[in-house]
Every structure is written in C-alpha cells, then in structure tokens.
Design a protein around this ligand. Structure first.
Ligand code: TXA
Ligand code: MG
Length: 348
C-alpha cells in the first residue's frame, strides 16, 4: 500500500440495509445533480459516474482518472427510452440484443445523439450505451432522471475495482463519495459491441461472448471479430481498452503452465524474482504455500474466475508482490474475455 489513510478523504457509504441503500441513492443523486463525481457499484466493476449530459462534470472524470481525452466513456441508462435518447438510430439488432442481455454486461456502440456532449465520446460520432443490472446504479439513474457516464473507477491503465476498497485505494484522494455495494458479481468489464458496422464487431470481449451475441442476432449470420482492433490514426481510438497493455497490476504478470510444483519452481527460477516475492494464482495444479509469497486458488470455472481475478491482482499489489504468476487458462470460449484481460495485463 503506498498511501496512508490520511490522504484518502473519500466518504464511503454502505448499502446493506434498505434504509442505508435509500440514503446512499439520495446522497449520490444530490452530488451527481450538482455536477460532482460518485464511485458506485455495477455488476461488472465499480464505475466513476457523472451526469452524461453535463460536459463539465464529465471533464472531472478525465482529471480524476488521469484518462487520456481520446478515450470515450460508456453511458449508463436505466430503461430503453433513456438508451434511445442517447442515440440517433436504434437498429433492430439493438432491440434484439437489449431484449436478450439488458440489463446486463453488454455495451452497444451506436450513432450518438446531440444530447451527448463531445467529451463523452472523445469527439467521435458514436456512443457506447449500457443498461447495467446492479440495483444501486439503476436506482441512482432513476432518481437523477439522466444517464450516467461512467468508466471503471480506477486510475487510468490500472486494474478495474471490484469492491469499494479497491476504489478507495486508487482514487480515494480524488473523489468525495464511494458507494459500497459489495463485491462485483461479474468481475470483469462489459462486452463492447459496435453496431455501426456490418456485421457487428466486438471491440472488447466480455463475459457475454461472441457466440451468445450471434445466437441473439440470427439475421447477422456468423462473424468473427478477431484481429485488426486498435488505435485509429485519426479521431478517437476505436476501443482504447484494446491497446496491448491495459488493466495492469504494478507487479509483473506472467501466465505459465506447470505439471507439478517442481516445474513451476524451475520456470520462476529463470526470472529475476524471488519465490517469496512471487504470488501464484492457480486453478488446477495447486502448489503448496511454503516457498511462495502467496498462493491463491480460484475455482476452475470461468464465471467464478472472472469474479475473483481482479481482487487477486489488487491483493498482490497491496502485499508488495513483484511477480504474479497466473496458471494458464483453458482454451474454451467462456474463458476468452479473461484471457484477453490477463494477456494485456502481462504485456510489457
Ligand atoms: O463494465 C463496464 O463496461 C464498466 C462499468 C463501469 O460499466 N465500464 C468500463 O468503462 O469498463 P471503461 O471506460 O473503463 O471502458 C470502456 C471501454 C473503453 O475501452 C472505451 O474505449 C470503449 O469502452 N468505448 C466507450 N465508448 C466507445 C465508443 N463510442 N466507441 C468505441 N469504444 C468505446
Ligand atoms: Mg477501464
């Protein structure tokens, strides 16, 4: 931990009873209406929210996160009518996907309406819209009556927060209010799907994977979004979350496979890191705790793994790990988004 509590000024409000939940909604809406930022839970990761119609409020998000101005922000809504207000076109595919996956971890990129200020879309002609399923953010959006622009509530390029304490560690000295809504259920960021191109294109994989999207859009046939994604030369980045290095812990991260502990030891010995400064995240061949700084076990199940992985990476940083080794992941589809995040976290 690199910050003393004295510098972390954010107030943290709990939500675990109906009365606390209602009070936290009220306080959040007050601040948001006044153009302030609030960090709040969603089912994917915690978001740093501002009134999406208020350019000055959204500018504060960029400052707090140290986010580059060319990276557009997702707009969160709490019903279809609000979603349609943010865009100029609502194609049949959007309706089909909303019916299948909203509220939930899917962001649809569509032509943006005039109500959405330039700063939200990084000057681009499209906007990413998502109807999250977490009851807290839904209640706040309804109370406010306007949509919320919200990126993940972490300093730019760091791991997304999956609980309120992660937010406090990363941004506690930059924002006034953090809402504690417990552990994020999904654990990694939403799938981002561009509906302005044909066939649609996944800009960022997520736990709703491409095959599920295709099944909901039979008229689009089968498509494949692999490859060619990245920064455009002009205008906003197509999806900056897809830059090679992103979502990184401070520690170096490596993905390794091992048949037994000896083989793991041999591989780590080739690196310059001491076993005591090395954290192992395993799901199948579990090493004994002895020599390693820490051994964490996440169930060999993609949903459970997604829910837990960011918290494990945050933990490694908090405990001063220099190397985090994650056991290589299965090839199956449902692991694709997790593989994507860890590959980027491991890129140097
Ligand atoms: O699950 C999530 O999506 C979380 C929660 C808080 O909703 N939000 C999130 O936001 O991950 P952020 O800003 O950390 O990542 C948003 C990603 C970025 O890669 C951004 O470039 C992309 O979505 N994005 C946003 N608007 C876009 C647009 N109009 N066109 C293309 N990509 C867009
Ligand atoms: Mg982010």
């Amino acid at each position: 931990m690199d910050k003393g509590n004295s510098t972390l000024k954010a107030e943290i409000l709990p939500t675990h009873t109906a009365a606390l939940f209602a009070a936290a909604v009220k306080r959040s809406a007050e601040l948001l209406r006044a153009g302030e930022l609030v960090a709040l839970p969603t089912e994917t990761v915690y978001g740093l929210a501002a009134n999406a119609f208020d350019a000055r409020a959204v500018a504060r998000i960029f400052t707090a996160k140290g986010r580059p101005a060319h990276n557009p922000i997702i707009v969160h809504v709490a019903d279809l009518e609000m979603a349609r207000r943010c865009v100029t076109e609502w194609p049949a595919a959007a309706g089909d996907l909303a019916r299948a996956f909203w509220p939930g971890p899917l962001t649809l990129v569509l032509p943006r309406s005039k109500e959405i200020p330039d700063i939200v879309t990084a000057g681009g002609s499209t906007v990413g819209v998502r109807w999250p399923s977490h009851p807290f953010i839904q209640a706040v959006i309804r109370e406010c009556g306007f949509p919320l622009a919200a990126p993940s509530a972490n300093p730019s390029n760091r791991i997304s927060p999956t609980n309120a304490e992660h937010v406090r560690q990363g941004l506690g000295d930059k924002i006034a209010l953090i809402i504690d809504g417990g552990q994020s259920q999904v654990g990694i960021e939403s799938t981002v799907l561009d509906l302005t191109v044909s066939p649609p294109r996944v800009l960022r994989p997520g736990m709703i994977h491409e095959e599920s999207l295709q099944a909901a859009l039979p008229e689009c046939g089968v498509w494949n979004s692999e490859g060619g994604i990245g920064a455009g030369e002009h205008g906003p980045l197509r999806s900056p979350g897809n830059l090679p290095r992103h979502y990184s812990p401070r520690a170096k991260l490596e993905m390794l496979a091992w048949r037994d502990e000896r083989e793991l030891g041999t591989q780590v010995a080739r690196s310059k890191f001491q076993p005591a400064k090395t954290h192992i995240i395993a799901h199948t061949v579990i090493p004994s705790a002895g020599a390693w700084g820490r051994v964490s076990v996440i169930p060999h199940d993609a949903e459970a793994f997604a829910r837990a992985i960011y918290a494990e990476l945050h933990r490694g940083d908090e405990l001063g790990a220099e190397l985090i080794v994650v056991e290589a992941l299965p090839e199956a589809n449902e692991w694709q988004a997790i593989r994507d995040r860890l590959k980027r976290a491991a890129a140097v």
